[in-house]
Write a protein that binds this ligand. Structure first.
Ligand code: SF4
Length: 446
């Protein structure tokens, strides 16, 4: 079909730590750098999904802008697009607004979407011709049609208009074919959206949509498509918490077991209590699950969700061993900087990480992303630092902590990073994982 219009989808990918001292440390720590590189090199599944929902009479170009120069901007302008649509994280939103102003000045219509603008559509509206809030699939089609009829509206929102809520039974296979596949070491699939656990710092549970699962037969179509373009893919699930519904998860794992893939996802510690699920996970070649353990400080865990993590707290070590005994590595994530955290919490975190058998570790600083309960709380207490969006990297301090100054929290965090990501300790964690495998038969948990 003849293409009458052209849209360029731009992913503002990659996030740069602002704190220079930490940045320099991080760049030399192998365990830290590995995961950061992986995250930075993932394609934007949201935009590839929108591409699949774009009408036939539109030509679609997909781009990632990690950094950009005047040449990159000229290249984009030379395409003479009708619309440029950005998807941006909070940490890149100022750059996105700057680029948006530049393109609008050239007469191009700019659309903004993604987590940040979904949380703050009024802020984003000042920098765009149209904002997509929440789920994009239906909004996007309507928006493009409105553009064709010269009737573009400033806001398309699945959060305030139920007509725009998307049902995953209608999901289309993302347009992976738009990618220069040689550039990527893993591709993403989304099997679930949102998370029902509502942790108070997490945007996943409400910013885009309520918790929902994709029909298994549609996930199969996506896997088949990936195999058409890639022989032995590594897949990262773009889910917030994949195994919330254990019954559905087992069907998913049986599907994955039919493919020659290795894969990774994020979930919670409850999987340790389900042997059938762990066996299926191992059979399906899952190599790692990333689990939010959040804190070694029980006071910090207490107010986090509806008491769910608190219930599992005393079993963290056993749960890690149990999951790893199935041959699946656990990447345990800890957040530092809660109001109950003190210098002691940093020491206890280091001790826990060194004593437990986690094969990978991720530590981050508590970050009040817009629209989360944490953000609303700190805002009402006047504790948010001014103009901090570019510091929402998970490694920079963005608020006035309770038991530290900003600098103290930065220093404590930097010390902890240095103490847990040294080359020796990274190697030791891998060795411990092998040891856990040998002890497999002895493990029980209840
Ligand atoms: S369990 Fe994870 S994904 Fe779910 S709300 Fe909590 S932090 Fe977010």
């Amino acid at each position: 079909m003849m293409k009458e219009y052209k849209v360029i989808l731009i992913a503002m990918s990659g996030v740069r730590v602002v704190n220079e001292k930490l940045l320099n440390t991080g760049l030399t720590l192998p365990g830290f750098v590995d995961r950061s590189r992986v995250i930075a090199s993932l394609p934007s599944l949201g935009l590839l999904t929108l591409a699949a929902h774009t009408p036939e009479n539109w030509e679609v170009i997909y781009k990632e802008l990690d950094t950009y120069t005047e040449d990159n901007i000229r290249e984009i302008l030379n395409e003479e697009p009708d619309i440029i649509a950005f998807s941006s994280l909070t940490a890149r939103i100022y750059e996105t607004y700057e680029l948006s102003a530049r393109f609008r000045k050239e007469g191009i219509t700019v659309v903004l979407g993604g987590l940040h603008v979904s949380a703050l559509p009024d802020e984003a509206a000042k920098h765009a011709d149209a904002v997509v809030q929440g789920e994009g699939e239906i909004c996007w089609k309507v928006l493009l049609t409105d553009y064709q009829h010269n009737a573009l509206k400033p806001l398309y929102s699945s959060l305030s208009d139920s007509n725009y809520i998307f049902h995953l039974k209608d999901a289309k296979v993302p347009k992976y074919e738009l990618l220069d596949i040689a550039k990527y070491n893993r591709l993403t699939i989304q099997t679930t959206r949102g998370c029902p656990l509502h942790c108070n710092f997490c945007a996943a549970s409400k910013t885009i949509s309520a918790y929902k699962k994709k029909p298994i037969k549609l996930i199969k179509k996506e896997l088949d498509k990936i195999f058409e373009i890639w022989d032995q893919p590594f897949i990262e699930l773009a889910d917030d918490n994949t195994f919330v519904d254990k019954k559905w998860s087992k069907k998913l794992l049986k599907l994955f077991a039919n493919y020659n893939i290795k894969w990774f996802t994020e979930t919670d510690i409850s999987i340790a209590y389900d042997d059938e699920l762990l066996a299926l996970l191992a059979k399906s070649n899952c190599v790692q699950v990333l689990i939010g353990l959040e804190s070694v400080n029980i006071e910090s865990i207490k107010g986090l969700d509806k008491g769910w993590k608190y219930k599992h707290f005393n079993n963290y070590s056993k749960a890690i061993d149990k999951i790893q005994s199935y041959g699946i590595t656990v990447n345990g994530c800890f957040v530092l900087g809660f109001d109950s955290d003190t210098k002691e919490t940093f020491l206890e975190t280091e001790k826990f990480i060194k004593e437990c058998n986690l094969s990978d570790v991720q530590i981050t600083i508590l970050t009040p992303f817009p629209s989360t309960n944490l953000y609303l709380q700190l805002k009402s207490e006047g504790r948010l630092l001014p103009n901090y969006w570019n510091k929402c990297t998970l490694f920079d301090v963005t608020y006035i902590p309770k038991n530290f100054t900003v600098e103290e929290l930065e220093n404590e965090f930097q010390n902890l990073m240095t103490n847990i990501y040294s080359e020796d300790l990274v190697k030791k964690r891998k060795m411990k994982f092998k040891q856990t495998l040998l002890n497999r038969s002895k493990l029980t948990i209840n």
